[in-house]
Design a protein around this ligand. Structure first.
Ligand code: NAP
Length: 315
């Protein structure tokens, strides 16, 4: 479906540098193309078909990529305000740098220390982070259970691991273990939470401690880039290490291509349940679009399908 731009079309986008590989325009424009059709359709017509309801909200938006070099961030944000941008996604390298330029950031974004979604509210820029919502979505729906007696083991201590720690805390895990390869960076990760109530909720460990941690894991998350395209034969854990994962544990890889990653392939052979990173990507986008459009009812399947088609993934 092609989007028709009119004089009333409102602007959304993603800022990053570089930004041309961002998948957000694919996913968001697919949703926005659905939402724009049917302007002028009556409420009774909309109510006649719930499927059509989604496609007939008459919302007129477009979502564009904006490559913004770090030194131009401040002037770009001022320009966005001037031209009436409604909201935008934030990706590398601006996720932290944007914070001082915003009027408000939500407690969630404060907790993670990074902003991935900005919206214009009452003539002010408000930043939040939807990665937690994205990460926990499959664990709250398809794999929903009582997590309060469960153990999470997280591989990696980078930006995504922060959302995973916060998400596991939100789900109420009994124990959360973060495993990293570099003691200094692990300590920095630990110390960066020192003013947060979450600091008490997780422990950090060096990679060498994995043989002890893996058998305890009910949820094992790969929050490292190991196994990402094009190095598709790599896995953060060896066959021998994964062999200690208990049957029925959940292996969750934040990577979404290839499908499955070597990590998930090995874990599934071990009898684990596999979750890949595509749903996190979709659901963090859905959460952002809900904020910008002030709409709960969004064409989630259209967004998922657009990404799958773009990435050449089967259903
Ligand atoms: P990041 O900030 O660069 O962090 C990467 C982490 O992986 C760091 O802790 C790094 O360790 C660790 N690491 C890298 N290579 C390693 C190795 N060979 N052995 C052990 N640890 C290693 O990256 P990120 O933003 O957190 O992203 C991590 C992954 O999640 C990426 O694959 C990204 O695509 C994916 N992701 C997916 C979604 C989604 O929506 N599905 C969202 C965000 C991220 P050091 O600290 O020691 O360098």
């Amino acid at each position: 479906m092609t989007k028709k731009i009119t004089g009333k079309t409102k602007l959304l986008g993603v800022i990053g540098y570089p930004v041309e590989h961002s998948l957000s325009p694919v996913m968001h424009n697919a949703a926005l193309a659905q939402l724009v059709v049917g302007v002028g359709v009556s409420v009774s017509e909309r109510e006649a078909s719930p499927r059509e309801d989604i496609a007939q909200l008459g919302l007129d938006y477009i979502y564009l990529p904006f490559p913004i070099e770090p030194q131009n961030l401040e002037v770009a944000i001022a320009g966005f305000a001037a031209v009436g941008v409604v909201g935008f996604s934030v990706t590398i390298p601006h996720k932290q740098a944007i914070i001082p330029l915003l009027s408000e950031i939500t407690p969630i974004a404060q907790t993670i220390g990074a902003v991935n979604t900005v919206s214009r509210q009452n003539h002010k820029w408000v930043g939040t982070n939807t990665d937690i919502e994205g990460f926990i979505a499959p664990l709250q729906t398809t794999y929903k259970q009582d997590w309060s007696q469960k153990v999470a083991v997280i591989l990696g201590n980078g930006g995504a691991a922060r959302a995973v720690v916060a998400g596991c805390t939100q789900l109420g895990f009994a124990q959360i273990h973060v495993v990293g390869r570099n003691m200094q960076r692990l300590q920095e990760f630990r110390n960066s939470w020192s003013n947060s109530p979450l600091a008490e909720k997780f422990q950090v460990h060096q990679w060498e401690e994995l043989p002890k941690l893996i058998p305890q894991a009910n949820l094992l998350v790969n929050a490292t880039p190991i196994g990402m395209y094009p190095k598709v034969d790599e896995s953060p854990l060896s066959v021998e290490e994964i062999a200690n994962l208990s049957t029925g544990a959940i292996a969750y890889d934040l990577i979404y291509i290839p499908k499955p990653t070597q990590f998930l392939h090995l874990a599934e052979k071990q009898g684990a349940i596999a979750i890949d990173g595509l749903e996190m990507l979709v659901q963090q986008g859905v959460a952002a679009l809900k904020i910008w459009l002030n709409q709960e009812n969004l064409p989630v399947e259209v967004m998922r399908q657009a990404l799958q088609n773009h990435l050449g993934l089967g259903k």
